[in-house]
Write a protein of this length. Structure first.
Length: 360
């Protein structure tokens, strides 16, 4: 590692940390001013708001979400400043190629990419749960639905479940039905007034049930007051509050995806979007760093402001592309992998073009 490498890495990391701190302060101020009425109305203490909601929940979420864009702005800022102070030209004229100069930038981008990836897998799901739980109680409790209605679920290739209503707080369901098939032939149908979850024994209790056994043209009816059974479903499978998938650990998310392949409840796109975003979005740090260096390594009339303006504009375009592609996947059936790749691939092409056009 050369002296100039250490110099660029130092500039990069200090500017990035400074940018993150400034944006965190701005985010807290604006978010608090927007939600302070909700906090007061729902009786959240200031200690809870700032230590639990912001320090543990919201700030990790916002930092993780905005890190690639904040990194982009930081790269443009300090590289433009270096170019404006005529530091880039001596570096290139001294025999170091533009591609060699990218090495410390890529080193730092790798650190940031690794940080985002580890956060996505091991930190953010747990801090998101704190954030979502707090918002469900103290910010917008009216948006939280504790009752799911008319739920159809496939437990395996031969078993189908219907739940009229399910109360997630009490773990009690009503108008329950389960059908078992042999191929396309119905062999058994159970109907019950109520079903409850026993968290101690990890099993379901079915109350006031009737069972219809079908064997060709012969049928047999069975009735009872209570039956205990094990089913491949849990009360959390009926949770329907907003952003539920962002609070799942990677193991829980993978398990939910495997179950969704069988059940087909219509949540597969949201599940796959969350999974792909966790693994693919961190690599946008490399793409945006390349764009930032290529845009700002040349001294331009107007100074740093022009480069920063272009960078902020590109950041807005990136966010809009990401939101549109996500919406097309959730509402329009676009493949989740393609949805996650669209903004990154387009900006990768742009980064390669700008890198080729950059001063050598």
């Amino acid at each position: 590692m050369k002296i100039i490498d250490r110099y660029i890495i130092g500039k990069y990391l200090t500017t990035f940390v400074f940018t993150v701190c400034i944006f965190c302060l701005v985010i807290v101020i604006f978010d608090f001013s927007e939600k302070v009425d909700d906090f007061n109305k729902n009786r959240a203490t200031m200690a809870q708001v700032f230590t639990l909601y912001y320090a543990v929940g919201s700030l990790p979420f916002f930092i993780n979400m905005l890190t690639p864009l904040l990194n982009f702005i930081a790269v443009i800022f300090f590289t433009s400043k270096m170019a404006d102070q005529t530091e880039i030209v001596p570096i290139l004229n001294g025999g170091m190629s533009f591609y060699r100069m990218l090495r410390p930038y890529m080193f730092c981008a790798g650190l940031i990419c690794g940080m985002i990836l580890l956060s996505n897998l091991y930190v953010i799901p747990y801090t998101n749960k704190v954030k979502v739980d707090f918002e469900n109680v103290y910010v917008k409790p009216q948006k939280v639905s504790t009752t799911s209605t008319s739920t159809h679920m496939q437990l395996d290739s031969n078993t189908y479940v219907y739940m009229g209503t399910f109360e997630t707080k009490t773990a009690v369901g009503y108008n329950f039905a389960i059908e078992k098939f042999d191929g396309d032939v119905l062999t058994e149908k159970l109907m019950a007034d109520r079903i409850t979850w026993d968290s101690v024994a990890s099993k379901w209790s079915i109350h006031n049930y009737t069972v219809r056994h079908i064997d060709g043209l012969r049928e047999r009816m069975e009735a009872g007051e209570q039956r205990d059974t094990t089913l491949d479903m849990r009360p959390k499978d009926f949770e329907i509050y907003e952003n539920v998938f962002t609070t799942m650990s990677q193991a829980d998310l993978n398990e939910r995806i495997l179950k969704e392949e069988t059940r087909g409840t219509g949540m597969m796109n949201e599940l796959l979007l969350e999974k792909y975003k966790r693994f693919i979005n961190p690599f946008s740090a490399f793409i945006l760093t390349l764009i930032g260096v290529s845009l700002s390594s040349k001294k331009v009339r107007g100074g740093i402001g022009v480069s920063l303006g272009v960078g902020i504009g590109l950041s807005c375009i990136y966010v809009v592309l990401e939101r549109f592609s996500t919406m097309f996947s959730v509402k329009g059936g676009l493949d989740p992998l393609i949805s996650v790749l669209i903004p990154n691939v387009l900006f990768l092409v742009l980064s390669i073009y700008l890198m080729i056009k950059a001063p050598k």
